[in-house]
Design a protein around this ligand. Sequence first.
Ligand code: ZN
Length: 400
Amino acid sequence: MTKSVILVTKYLVVSKLYNNFAANFKQFTEMATKKHKLSTAEVIRNAEQIFHRLRWKYEIVVCPYCGSMHIRDYGNYHYKCNSCKNRFTDKTKTLMHGSKLSISTWLQAIYELSVDNMISDGTLAIKLGISINSAWLLHKKIQFSLPQDRYILEGIVAQDEMYVGGSLSNYHYSRKWKLLRDGHFVSSDETRYSKAALFSLNSSLKQPVFGMNDGKQIVLYALPNRLRKEYLYQLNKKHVAKGSITVSDESALYNEWEANTGCEIHMNNHHDNQYVTDDGYTSNRIENTFSWYKRGFGARITHCKYHQLYLNEFVFRYNNRELSTEDMFNVIVSNTIGKHVTYKQIREYNQLAGFKIRKKKHVGDLTIDDIKHMLQSGNVERIEQNGRVYTYRDMLKGLF
Ligand SMILES: [Zn+2]
């Protein structure tokens, strides 16, 4: 009798562990650190087992196309649906959909990302033993699966904008003069350039980022070079709860803030070294966030088309900073399920992800300013209007 009780309790404990993410994680980390000196085939098999348990709750396989449970199992994690006749594997309709990399490579990549803050693609490639191009796409896909849409800030929200990227004055002499010459900012005898030209070129080389911090959570968005107040209003409506108080610096971007967002605002005059208002409001916590970012990713990437994806990863790690490594791993893995991302989607994902740009229907109506703004935003590479082609390169050269 006692023996059977022990057996039942043992079975319960084992079955609980079997479905426990933590147990899977432990097994995986041991595998990843090669504690048991497993062969490559064994590592791959273990990772496939772990992902199988993570993907299908209680190991019940459901068709990802129609939701039917009438499945024919071919073994080796290949199935066919008896209802819609589609064939699928464990990878189908996840981030790994269509990827030639093995599941073990993917899981190890997620493990590295959950351990190391702001790992680079190069390091990832060396650790996983894959090419840097594969590591780039894998990293971008994981970053893509961690959007910022769900974060809602409330209470006292500090907000500010930062500019990521090096100053033109620190560029090498030859590179600086090449950029100035390309933009036709240099005098005809090529000995002088105007300070105003240097300033405008300098700002066009930097990446503006808008951030908000309420003491618990943060939100960071990359914006087009020509900052517009409307983007900030949109972000406020999307991420800040009603009745919150915003704190900012004295920038002219916030002059009509209350009328447009309905949010109370307190401004610190940083120009006069005021960092706390008389009522006790400060925006210093967002400056702190920026400093964290600039010491990590900000040092590596400057004006990158995929800047928003790096911001996504940083924000995810920051907002989930209280999770342990294994919980972080589990959250990222469960995020991969049900998300099929293609290279095309990542290529089209740009700085304005999540924004609605006013698109004019009649192309003939665009003014030169509108064309310049659209080209600067990175959304369009070339615009055709009235038989003339406008490109970003021509704009930098000052041809229109
Ligand atoms: Zn089906």
